[in-house]
Design a protein around this ligand. Sequence first.
Ligand code: GLC
Length: 421
Amino acid sequence: MMDLDSAARDILAGNDRGGYTVPNGRVYPFQWNWDSAFVALGFDRFDRDRAWTEIETLFSAQWADGFLPHIVFWQDDPGYFPGPSVWGTGKQPVTSGITQPPVAASVVRRLWENAVEAGEGDAYRGRLEALFPKLAAWHFWFRDHRDPDRNGVVVAMHPWETGRDNSPEWDAPGEAIDVSQVGDYVRRDTSHLDAKMRPTKLEYDRYLALVQYGRAQGWDHARISAGNPFRVADVGMSMILLRANRDLAALAEMLGREAEAAELRALVARAEAGIGWLWDGDKACWCSRDLITGRSSGFITSASFLSFYAGLKHSERDAAMLGHFDRIGRMVSYLMPSLDPGDPGFQMIRYWRGPVWAVVNYMIGTGLAEAGEADRAERVRSDTRALIARNGFYEAFSPVDGTGSGGDDFSWTAAIWLAWN
Ligand code: GLC
């Protein structure tokens, strides 16, 4: 395993652009929000200072209202579309206008606890104190702009915000998006990678129509939240934010920031009371739900299994989720496919419609271990390690035969290898 450890460190070093890390040099040549959070966990295994810097660089692109963008374009690169000029957010540094799953607070708590354990708490406390208000501002931004019904869910305004770009959960809600005015454009992703692994043209048209909509609103998030043609409560982001609010509340208490701690605990309580809206009784599963139509997606995805990571405890629902886990576990060689393999739309190499993602597995496995499901947690962890050891540090993997899909030498895959051993 030593060789793989050093290969993983080499990938992080090779993708390091000085203070931030690109997910993959060719396909994703900028800083991505949740990628950087996971990448910090990897750096933390061999360079604590660099791990904290990754998060600090990301937050240096935060907007004044607390919003944290999904991409920071530290320098332009013609190899990616849509680049800074398409987003037109007018910010400095140049950023996109949508966000991504808020894992950063949970990562910072981990980094902090690792520092304390290593006897370096004093050296890092000032950095934690500086990051805390930024993390809190981002969480309060979600409260103010993305939870219109005050039930503790996260409403995504763009499939890219969910981090699970082409999940079938966005198909039906996406039909409401008018793509007739999108115009011509040249995709760059399909010049780097086989189109069979990527979202379709229709999906891309919708992605761009939503970017154009946000731009037409001047990236005013109040206006976007009120009128966006796509508004979907994402089960993944909702579970991740619930977890992150718990972690940030713990940090607030430790730092003696009582006012924020109380507010964060209130957000946790709100989500615990309200997130049941995402339970789909027919499927007996946690599913995303379209805010506009009120309809559940009905799709069982890898994000459904993040309820354990969120710290939800509900004996009947947990039992139902473990039933899905075991059923899917018998159907594939490697957990956790991004879409239920029993679904007719399952495709083993098409991005978020089948492939396994190491970062999602890391969260699922962490949650299962915390819930006392040690055997199932270990299955997810050992499947993840086997996928990487046998195939390489790919962006994603086929759950059926382990084939790597998407980009290679992928930063967050390398980071998870290092952090989850
Ligand atoms: C893709 C993934 C997203 C990730 C990004 C950079 O868009 O779907 O989750 O953050 O690539 O790796």
